[in-house]
Design a protein around this ligand. Structure first.
Ligand SMILES: CC/C=C\C/C=C\C[C@@H](O)/C=C/C=C/C=C\[C@@H](O)CCCC(=O)O
Ligand SMILES: [Zn+2]
Length: 599
């Protein structure tokens, strides 16, 4: 099968100025062969855009007429280009779009010097998944289309630019000696959501033969220590699923406003600074992002309805890496934690909410609002269930490796994945036919089968002694507290007793800034849910000092649900909104029933 069908290239020539990217994006020949073309005779080409100011379009150097279509509430505006000449089948044409981005581009967060660790220079980072690339580049903003790209980025010489691509040199900007040009090449075809750029006062440290860690200098040595296991994770993943095709594997630690734990941009994984626990206890997120180098970035979901193909397989592979590096018991421990995350999500969305389907309909649904742990943990639970049916982890990993080899560089749907599962396990078709496919794929709520190891039970909790809890490692203590979050709200007396015994509130003074971010988040969630007023100021501090959605949204929701502090929660959000990432601000506004901002 031709692996590179419809590969086209995007050339990005950009000058980064304050709050704007002035870009001349060039779409190369083959682009037009996939641009929603209705037929080779028509001259209409359509690209996705959002809040872009288009100044000029040319085709093979000839000015081309263009028009922006109807603006959608969250999907942006189609850019319709009329080519000034007829096209014949297979003909090549270069489409050149000159434009600039908006200060409110949803893919970009522009940080003032005050919001950075160094406090002297501004900072920019992009987050394109799922459909924000169109606010940065006019493109075919769908995971079913893959393209290579080459980029030339001009930035003030005090700043450094990195991208989700292999660096191709840098030199002073010939047009402005106060600026530097950085060049990048992504030679492996990728979907638009994996285009990534970070610009700031960045330093790097080598952490392996193909890996650097990047961040502001204030965090870079801590980050180098935290992510020192990267190469062993990469090698373990290669042993499991084949060669790493991307060349470089770097990690950039972003400012605390970054909304996610990590993001799998090829060659450049993004990481939240809340992973800098000081004891490498949160490196599972890096294993997750490394696993995406195969499941998600090489084999990609064809549309966001099939997102579970990216995330379910990646969580499964992440936990197989953990199994190889730690133990099968550790994989089970993480699986139990994942099942509880799934229970939380289903409780939050509602048992009958169709967005808790493994394959939801997303028609007219904002993917950011639809995002949850369902594709991750219901997807993992489903693959774990299949693993048990077909004969265990080694047998099922044979399928996963084969599926990756077959669909590498392509985009896949659930139906295609299922067809190959039946082909691969042709001697187990009778077993596979007994799977409750509709119950797993198209039914809301918890899975029809719970095949994970038994949960710690309520009575187990009671058996914990003070000494037991004090002996727990960070991840174990986090898991212990998370167990309590899944029970009914603790009485205020219990939470106060826990504070007496474990002195968890003092945890905020820990010498390493984020060491117990996760524990503190769970502990504060428990306290506010128990309506313990003494915990409220710390909860507000935690909810606003970092912007990881996994922490920020639940804390703001819990504070909003604490009647006495509802107005304070709204006021605190309004006070911090301008400094928040646009996606975080939009989602917390929705949670607190506050009007969206249109800055
Ligand atoms: C059913 C949902 C369909 C599509 C959603 C796709 C993307 C949603 C968009 O909001 C981007 C999500 C990016 C996630 C990045 C990293 C995650 O793997 C980890 C998030 C949890 C964490 O903070 O650890
Ligand atoms: Zn992921």
């Amino acid at each position: 099968m031709e692996k590179y069908r419809h590969v086209d290239n995007i050339l990005i020539i950009t000058t980064i100025n304050n709050m704007k990217m002035l870009i001349k994006g060039l779409l190369n020949p083959l682009a037009c062969s996939v641009l929603g073309i209705k037929g080779y005779s028509t001259l209409q080409r359509t690209l996705d855009t959002k809040d872009l100011q288009i100044s000029k379009v040319a085709a093979n150097g000839q000015e081309a007429k263009f028009a922006l279509g109807a603006k959608h509430s969250f999907n942006g505006t189609p850019l319709e280009i009329s080519l000034p000449f007829e096209l014949s089948r297979g003909q090549h044409v270069i489409v050149e779009v000159t434009y600039e981005t908006s200060p409110r581009a949803s893919a970009l967060q522009w940080l003032t010097p005050a919001q950075t660790a160094g406090k002297k220079h501004p900072y920019l980072f992009s987050q394109c998944q799922a459909t924000h690339c169109r606010s940065m580049i006019p493109c075919q903003d769908t995971p079913m289309v893959k393209h290579t790209y080459y980029a030339q980025v001009s930035v003030p010489k005090e700043l450094v630019a990195v991208m989700g691509a292999v660096g191709d040199g840098q030199e002073p900007d010939p047009q402005d000696s106060s600026r530097t040009i950085y060049r990048f090449r992504q030679a492996v075809p990728i979907p638009s959501y994996l285009i990534a750029i970070v610009v700031g006062v960045l330093e790097s440290r080598d952490i392996g033969p193909r890996s650097k860690v990047w961040s502001e200098k204030e965090l870079v040595d801590q980050a180098a220590y935290e992510f020192a296991e990267t190469e062993s994770m990469l090698k373990t993943a290669e042993d499991l699923v084949g060669p790493y095709v991307w060349g470089q594997y770097d990690i950039v630690v972003l400012p605390p406003s970054f909304p996610y734990g990590g993001m799998e941009n090829p060659c450049l994984t993004y990481a939240t600074p809340t992973l800098l626990a000081g004891d490498r206890s949160l490196s599972g997120v890096i294993a997750h992002e490394i696993a995406h180098s195969w499941t998600g970035n090489l084999v990609t979901t064809k549309s966001w309805e099939h997102f579970w193909l990216n995330e379910g397989h990646t969580v499964y592979l992440e936990r197989m890496i953990a199994r190889a590096l730690e133990s099968e018991q550790y994989r089970q421990f993480k699986a139990i934690g994942g099942w509880k995350e799934l229970q939380d999500t289903v409780n939050l969305f509602g048992q009958s909410n169709p967005l808790t389907n493994l394959v939801p309909s997303l028609k007219e649904v904002d993917t950011d609002a639809a995002f949850s742990f369902v594709p991750y943990e219901k997807g993992f639970a489903f693959l774990y269930h299949l693993e048990e049916l077909v004969g265990g982890p080694e047998v099922f990993m044979g399928f996963v490796k084969s599926y990756i080899q077959l669909y590498a560089y392509s985009s896949v749907s659930t139906e295609e994945w299922k067809n190959y599962l039946f082909t691969y396990f042709k001697d187990k078709v009778d077993i596979l036919k007994k799977v409750d496919w509709d119950g797993w794929m198209n039914t809301p709520g918890m899975p029809p089968v719970h095949s994970l190891p038994s949960q710690a039970k309520e009575e187990d909790l009671a058996s914990f002694s003070d000494a037991d809890v004090k002996a727990l490692s960070s991840p174990q203590l986090t898991e212990f507290l998370a167990l309590l979050l899944h029970q009914n709200p603790l009485p205020l007396s219990h939470v106060k007793r826990m504070q007496e015994v474990y002195n968890l509130n003092s945890i905020k003074n820990c010498e390493i800034r984020f060491r117990v971010e996760m524990i503190l988040w769970v502990w504060l969630h428990l306290c506010v849910r128990a309506r313990w007023e003494e915990a409220v100021p710390l909860a507000f501090q935690m909810a606003t000092e970092q912007g990881r959605l996994k922490y920020t949204r639940p804390l703001f929701r819990e504070l909003y649900n604490f009647e006495k502090y509802r107005q304070e929660a709204v006021n605190m959000f309004l006070q911090h909104r301008a400094a928040m990432h646009p996606v975080t601000a939009a989602l917390v506004a929705r949670d607190l029933k506050v009007e969206q901002s249109h800055k």
